[in-house]
Write a protein that binds this ligand. Structure first.
Ligand SMILES: NC(=O)C1=CN([C@@H]2O[C@H](COP(=O)(O)OP(=O)(O)OC[C@H]3O[C@@H](n4cnc5c(N)ncnc54)[C@H](OP(=O)(O)O)[C@@H]3O)[C@@H](O)[C@H]2O)C=CC1
Ligand SMILES: O=C(O)CCCC(=O)O
Length: 474
């Protein structure tokens, strides 16, 4: 179940040293993965560079057929993949199975979309010339993925890259490598040729540096913190690598007096507590129009108090553990800070060491103010701070007052109000009466320090293509 090998050029390999992987629900070691370094990172690029000629030379239909076979293998192994994910990442089993289906939707969607990489002809200014525009794969792609979505962050990068004709080297998070390894094993079984997908595990800094410095890697796609994203962006300048960054978020969630309050409250629960709050698009700051705030907050607190916290493998669990002790400390500090600044805890507020892992109660805080840490920093945990506003313009101004610009949410039944607020928000994704807007067909990505580029939809495949202009003299 927990394969302890990396995959380079179609070979499964072990290294002398290894890294332990823990189950965050009980702190126990579930297995080890190789502690690869610069040498293996370079070997992976050798393999990907060698495989590129053949892979990019296949037709889009041939690549699509192989991606479709990968999709089928993943579907058949959903239960096993979900179990691996719950054991290394913590999210409840039903949510892990949901993530596998979501991850696989990128594989099926890009298996088709690769066939629609269209070029263009442009009228020339001389009738002795023809202007032809084509698109071709960028080359070898490096994908560095985080622990919060161990499957979908792999497929959201790898499926469009492969469909475009690129080959890839992957470095999954050291906290959740086994889901990624299983996905790659299934790609091998699906017949994706040796060298097209390569995966190494090990210290992220060393592996990322090797790939940054290697001019054969023409594109780096990263999901993770803004802090690391900035370093990678600076490193990519060395050989002017293309780069996509999907970084931190600090999503505002605006509820107006025109909202259906029950719909808004259950929407907030879905957005805020998905993956225990460890999602870059999670609601992080909740702005509610004053005259409905009390009723809304009571409804949210009641729903949050009904969520069952526990080991994700147990039936009925809604919220699993946080990924590590640092994550627990960050949430607990934000709760303490909010209380010290006048926040009132409506439900939750404590960590739950008696459960034997890294668990924090789903927490709802009323009377939040903009000077609280939870209103300024990404929480990445189950804390919902609620503040009030009296004028919509004030809510928009406060919502936009952030270096982040990934996702934002608006709940209102007033159409004009919904459109005006959605248009005024400086965010790449706006969910209007929709707490979970992510989907394979749509562009996912942020403004400002939340990142660069888009994943998903036809935008997501463009990230792996170069535009070539051919000027044809007749
Ligand atoms: N946008 C998102 O989805 C995510 C946002 N975050 C935000 O970041 C905060 C901190 O979480 P954390 O896990 O520490 O986030 P990191 O950004 O440190 O880790 C995310 C990924 O980046 C890798 N990584 C870490 N350092 C480097 C580096 N120098 N070069 C290349 N890759 C690197 C990690 O690998 P390894 O695990 O092997 O070190 C992991 O795969 C969270 O609280 C949250 O706010 C975190 C994760 C995902
Ligand atoms: O970066 C993340 O948090 C993963 C994206 C989750 C999603 O696709 O909704």
């Amino acid at each position: 179940m927990f394969r302890d090998q990396i995959y380079i050029g179609g070979q499964w390999i072990r290294t002398d040293k290894s890294i332990e992987v823990y189950n965050p629900a009980d702190g126990k070691v579930i297995g080890t993965v190789p502690k690869a370094g610069r040498i293996e990172a370079e070997q992976a690029v050798d393999a990907a560079a060698e495989a590129f000629g053949h892979w990019s030379g296949l037709t889009a239909q041939e690549r699509g057929d192989l991606l479709r076979r990968w999709f089928e293998r993943i579907s058949e192994h959903t239960d096993e993949l979900a179990r691996i994910m719950t054991m290394e990442q913590g999210k409840p089993l039903k949510e892990a199975a949901g993530e596998i289906a979501y991850a696989n939707s990128f594989v099926s969607w890009y298996a088709e979309e690769g066939k629609r990489i269209y070029g263009e002809t442009i009228p020339a200014s001389s009738n002795k010339k023809r202007i032809i525009v084509t698109k071709q794969p960028v080359g070898v792609v490096a994908a560095i993925t985080p622990w919060n979505f161990p499957a979908s962050m792999i497929t959201r990068k790898v499926a469009p890259a492969l469909a475009a004709g690129c080959t890839v080297v992957i470095k999954p998070s050291s906290e959740t490598p086994f889901t990624a390894i299983k996905l790659v094993e299934l790609a091998e079984q699906a017949g994706i040729p040796a060298g097209v997908i390569n995966l190494v595990t090990g210290p992220s800094g060393e592996i990322a540096e090797a790939w940054q410095q290697d001019g054969r890697v023409r594109k780096l796609s990263f999901t993770g913190s803004t802090e690391v994203g900035k370093k990678l962006m600076a490193g990519a300048a060395a050989n002017v690598k293309k780069i996509s960054l999907e970084l931190g978020g600090h999503a505002p969630f605006i509820v107006t007096a025109h909202a259906d309050l029950e719909q808004a409250a259950s929407g907030l629960i879905a957005s805020k507590f998905r993956n225990g709050g460890q999602t870059c698009v999670c609601a992080n700051r909740i702005y509610v129009e004053e005259r409905v705030a009390e009723e809304f907050a009571e409804c949210v607190a009641r729903l949050a108090s009904e969520l069952k916290v526990g080991n994700g493998l147990q039936e009925g669990t809604d919220i699993g553990p946080l990924i590590n002790e640092d994550a627990v400390d960050k949430v607990v500090k934000q709760i303490q800070d909010a209380k010290a600044k006048g926040g009132i805890v409506l439900t939750g507020g404590k960590k739950l060491p008696e459960l034997g892992g890294r668990f924090v109660e789903p927490t709802v805080i009323m009377n939040a103010t903009d000077d609280m840490a939870c209103m300024q920093e990404e929480t990445f945990g189950p804390l919902a701070p609620i503040t009030t506003f009296t004028a919509i313009e004030e809510a928009i101004k406060r919502a936009n007052n952030s270096p982040y610009g990934l996702a934002a949410y608006v709940f209102t039944q007033h159409l004009g109000e919904a459109v005006r607020i959605a248009e005024a928000l400086d965010y790449g994704i706006v969910g209007v009466n929709d707490p979970v807007p992510s989907t394979a067909q749509a562009p996912f990505g942020g403004f400002k320090e939340s990142g660069l580029g888009r994943e998903g939809g036809h935008y997501g495949i463009d990230e792996f293509l170069e535009v070539k202009y051919i000027s044809l003299g007749l």
